[in-house]
Design a protein around this ligand. Structure first.
Ligand SMILES: Nc1ncnc2c1ncn2[C@@H]1O[C@H](COP(=O)(O)OP(=O)(O)O)[C@@H](O)[C@H]1O
Ligand SMILES: [Mg+2]
Length: 249
């Protein structure tokens, strides 16, 4: 479980997250939704230690990311987490299998043979075993996302974050990515967090929804509660309406 308590983060005069609290339950997938620019990616970066909070607490299991005393301690907590970044963020000059292998190579725990075996298995799990030696520039965006997913899973982390896993993909490929995440979750039973602004597509892979808007948690509950909710902000977002409290930039 991940527990977030009274978390606040500002950039200069702009407060992106205002005193937010939530729980991300173990072994399930939680969707964090909301319009663009509401701090979803910032939240993931705070949880995964890429950004530092101004105040509040983040507990990963029973360990505090916000109270970690040293870089080593933070890195140790980070080793329990995998991330698929919004743009996949592959290394352009490394082959697909080298990209998947990167977290294993970096942590230096496994022999070269083990690194290869684990990376090849993950590339196979995401349907790309034929493409081991291709470079990211030689394959489609959907394939690059699959490589990003394989890389996020290769260290068998307990927590995996998928930031907008199907942004920039056509609907069919986006759907395949969701199905891939759902099947990997079933097999590996990790605790998943999927960031998305795609309603209702994301419902098919999540067990719980948290909605952010204007730096606040507007909703935290089940899909049924989300669909049948009286909060005008939730309603407008769910129905994709132009009129309402959410201002469309
Ligand atoms: N490193 C940063 N420095 C300054 N502003 C940032 C930084 N990262 C994000 N922001 C701002 O924080 C807000 C939320 O961004 P983000 O979390 O990326 O939104 P989204 O919900 O679309 O993922 C945006 O206004 C963005 O410009
Ligand atoms: Mg984002």
């Amino acid at each position: 479980m991940i527990t977030i308590k009274n978390l606040t983060k500002s950039f200069g005069a702009q407060t992106v997250l205002k005193d937010i609290s939530m729980q991300i339950p173990k072994g399930l997938t939680t969707a964090i939704v909301g319009p663009s620019g509401t701090g979803k990616s910032v939240l993931v970066k705070l949880i995964t230690g890429l950004l530092q909070a101004d105040s509040g607490e983040i507990l990963i299991g029973n360990r505090s990311m916000t109270d970690a005393k040293s870089v080593d301690e933070r890195l140790d907590i980070c080793s329990t987490m995998g991330v698929l970044f919004q743009s996949a963020a592959l290394f352009d000059s490394l082959s697909l299998i080298e990209n998947v292998a990167f977290p294993l190579t970096y942590r230096r725990k496994d022999s070269r043979e083990e690194v290869y075996t684990k990376s090849a298995k993950l590339l196979k799990d995401v349907g790309l075993s034929e493409y081991e030696s291709y470079l990211p520039g030689e394959v489609s965006i959907g394939m690059r996302k699959r490589v990003g997913i394989a890389r996020a899973l290769v260290t068998e982390p307990e927590f995996i974050f998928f930031d907008e896993p199907n942004t920039g993909l056509d609907p069919k490929v986006g759907q395949e990515i969701y199905e891939l995440i759902a099947s990997l979750q079933e097999v590996n039973s990790f605790t998943g967090v999927v960031i998305s602004h795609e309603i209702p597509e994301v419902f098919q892979i999540c067990h719980k929804i948290v909605m952010l808007y204007q730096g606040k948690v507007q909703f935290d509950g089940s899909i049924d509660e989300f669909v049948d909710n009286d909060n005008q902000i939730v309603k407008q977002f769910y129905n994709g309406e132009i009129e309402g409290p959410i201002s469309i930039a």
